[in-house]
Structures are given as structure tokens and as C-alpha cells.
Design a protein around this ligand. Structure first.
Ligand code: FES
Length: 190
């Protein structure tokens, strides 16, 4: 190999290096562009997916469902609290659970029909009406309430929770809700 050959090889290496550098930059730019494109598409696709995933949670909070208790005619004879079962649909994540909940139909101070939750505001046991004692008694810690649900004594921090109810087409319907326990004021959970 003579001197001129050495010079030629050296200049070709320089050019290759230069070309290599340019191609590498172009590749980096394309990779960046592709990443940005993929990120944008991902973000766009995630919006409906997020809406789908959150839908049951959002809906559970906004949905008010009224459940039939019975005809007003049949309940006309109610003078002391009467236990009734209502079918309630609840969402546990994406599962729909239908269960029966006990409520009490009673008369308020004005003689109107009212509905009380049977769930004790202390620790959630089922409160029972005792006709012979003319009061509600919670079997767990002896919380006691009047026929209208007012607290008489025991550890519960408040009276029984009154549920929203109304008459529709001759039927008494109730909006079943659950409330926070161990707090003095009624706070809706679901
Ligand atoms: S759960 Fe009812 S008094 Fe404690």
C-alpha cells in the first residue's frame, strides 16, 4: 500500500463517519416521532377506556332508585312499625348484586307513613321492633329507639335513619340508602 492509498482510505472513513452520523440522527428523529405518535394514540384510546372503567363508580353515585314497599291501601292499617323487605341493586365494582334489605314502615308525628332503615347507626346490626315493649331494640349493644326511630338510649350516636319515601300510583316507594355509622349526623354513603 502506497502513501496515496492510505490517504484515500482515511478520507473514505471520514466520509463514512459523517454519513453514519447523519443516518443516526435521522433514525433518532424518526424514533422520537414514532414515540410521540404512539403516545398520542395511546392517550386518545385511553379516554373511552377510562370512561368505561369509571362508569359503574360514577353511575352508582348518581343513580337514585325507588323501590316499591306496598300499596298504600294495604299499609293504611299500620299503627306501629311493620317490617318490609325491599330488593336493592348495588354495584361492587363491575358486579351487580341484588339483595333484600329490611326497612320499617311507621307513622310519623303527623300520622303520615314514613320509612326507617333497620341498620343500626352504631355498628350496623339489624334493629328489631318489639311490640310488647313498644320500642325498637338493637340486639348487639341494646341501643333503643321510639316507634318513630328517635334515640332512647344505648351507644348509638343518633336515632334510626329515616329513608326518603313517597306515594306513587297508590304505592309507597322508598329510596334505599346506607349511612355512615358512629357519627352523630346522618351522612349518606351510597
Ligand atoms: S350495633 Fe346497635 S347498639 Fe351497637
Amino acid at each position: 500500500m502506497n502513501h496515496s492509498d492510505e490517504i484515500h482510505i482515511s478520507s473514505t472513513a471520514e466520509e463514512y463517519k459523517k454519513l453514519g452520523g447523519t443516518a443516526s440522527s435521522r433514525r433518532s428523529f424518526l424514533a422520537l416521532l414514532l414515540s410521540a405518535g404512539a403516545a398520542s394514540v395511546g392517550a386518545l384510546l385511553s379516554v373511552p377506556l377510562l370512561r368505561f372503567l369509571l362508569h359503574p363508580l360514577v353511575k352508582a353515585k348518581t343513580q337514585a332508585s325507588w323501590k316499591e314497599i306496598g300499596s298504600v291501601e294495604d299499609l293504611a292499617s299500620v299503627t306501629s312499625p311493620v317490617k318490609k323487605l325491599v330488593k336493592v341493586e348495588q354495584r361492587d365494582g363491575w358486579r351487580k348484586i341484588v339483595s333484600e334489605k329490611a326497612v320499617y314502615v311507621c307513622r310519623d308525628a303527623n300520622g303520615h307513613l314514613c320509612t326507617l332503615s333497620s341498620v343500626c347507626p352504631h355498628l350496623g346490626c339489624s334493629i328489631a321492633w318489639h311490640d310488647d315493649k313498644n320500642k325498637f331494640i338493637c340486639p348487639c349493644h341494646n341501643g333503643q329507639f321510639t316507634a318513630e326511630g328517635k334515640l332512647l338510649g344505648g351507644p348509638p350516636p343518633r336515632g334510626m335513619d329515616r329513608l326518603e319515601s313517597k306515594v306513587e300510583d297508590g304505592k309507597l316507594v322508598v329510596h334505599y340508602q346506607t349511612f355512615k355509622q358512629l357519627v352523630p349526623n346522618k351522612e349518606v354513603i351510597a
